[in-house]
Design a protein around this ligand. Structure first.
Ligand SMILES: [Zn+2]
Length: 281
């Protein structure tokens, strides 16, 4: 089984602007995989993770400033990790996924987003890309929306199905199947940094939003320095995020930093995440 060893792609082109000139901002050790590798060493099962390199580069585009990781782990490898991790397979090796804080946090996000919506829409629809257990899908549903999610990890997606319709599979593939001009709100909370082409994904998001629909994005802030890892293919600043959204045709309505303070197991930092809300023109 040769393909199990083919776990990364070399990346030399900026997803935002296409520039091929970059500087190596940092070389880092991918020790976030140590626990997964240990789990598989003890279970002796075939797995792709043992073939991951130990070192990755964080590159900075010399034209637009976007930060991206090289090489890039193939989607099927990362997707397999998330499915196994979120379903508790690595118990005892990696702390379990704790989503208890998310509902409180997402209620605040809902009220923030609501302030930017048109007041007179009759039928309201919401899509959460990377919906995990479906906490955000649930909150929008409780507030009168027809609520949908996309989730790559089948086992957690089953929980999300209690709150709305959930499409299970690769994000781009599932997005392409949806009708254009369908949603009032699309959210991407801690998901865009994992996509192989955020620009392509956001072009699809633009297409699926109704006119005057809004997108809400939360993603790690590069400058906070806490989220440099091989699974985060892209690290944004407010400036690079807005550049990408503007290039697609979005109009920026709001930006801010957030510490995501409800996650008790995470390291606190005031500006750990960026929040951007943008509108389809
Ligand atoms: Zn660039």
């Amino acid at each position: 089984m040769a393909e199990i060893k083919e776990v990364v792609d070399v990346v030399r082109e900026c997803d935002l602007c296409g520039e091929t000139n970059y500087v190596v901002e940092k070389i880092f050790l991918a020790n976030e995989w140590d626990s997964v590798k240990k789990f598989y060493q003890s279970s002796k099962q075939m797995n792709p993770f043992q073939y991951l390199p130990n070192k990755f580069e964080l590159l900075k585009c010399l034209n637009c400033g976007l930060m991206y990781v090289n090489p890039r782990i193939k989607d099927w490898v990362v997707n397999r990790f998330y499915d196994e991790y979120l379903s508790g397979k690595y118990e005892g090796y990696i702390r379990n996924y704790d989503s208890s804080f998310r509902e409180t946090l997402f209620k605040e996000y809902f009220h923030l987003i609501k302030g930017f919506l048109e007041k007179n829409e009759e039928e309201r629809t919401f899509l959460d890309i990377g919906c995990a257990n479906g906490e955000f899908v649930k909150i929008f549903k409780e507030n009168g929306y027809r609520s949908y999610g996309i989730e790559v990890a089948p086992l957690v997606a089953e929980k999300a199905k209690n709150f709305g319709e959930v499409f299970i599979g690769d994000v781009e593939f599932e997005l392409k199947k949806l009708h254009p001009d369908s949603f009032n709100v699309i959210a991407l909370v801690d998901s865009i940094e994992h996509f192989s082409s955020p620009r392509r994904t956001m072009e699809l998001v633009y297409d699926k939003l109704k006119s005057s629909g809004v997108v809400f994005i939360e993603t790690p802030n590069y400058s906070a320095g806490l989220d440099i890892m091989s699974r985060h293919f892209y690290l944004f600043s407010i400036a690079t995020m807005e550049k990408m959204l503007n290039a697609i045709g979005f109009c920026i309505l709001y930006n801010n930093y957030s510490s995501s303070i409800y996650n008790p197991t995470d390291q606190m930092k005031e500006e750990r995440f960026i929040h951007v809300i943008a509108k389809k023109l």
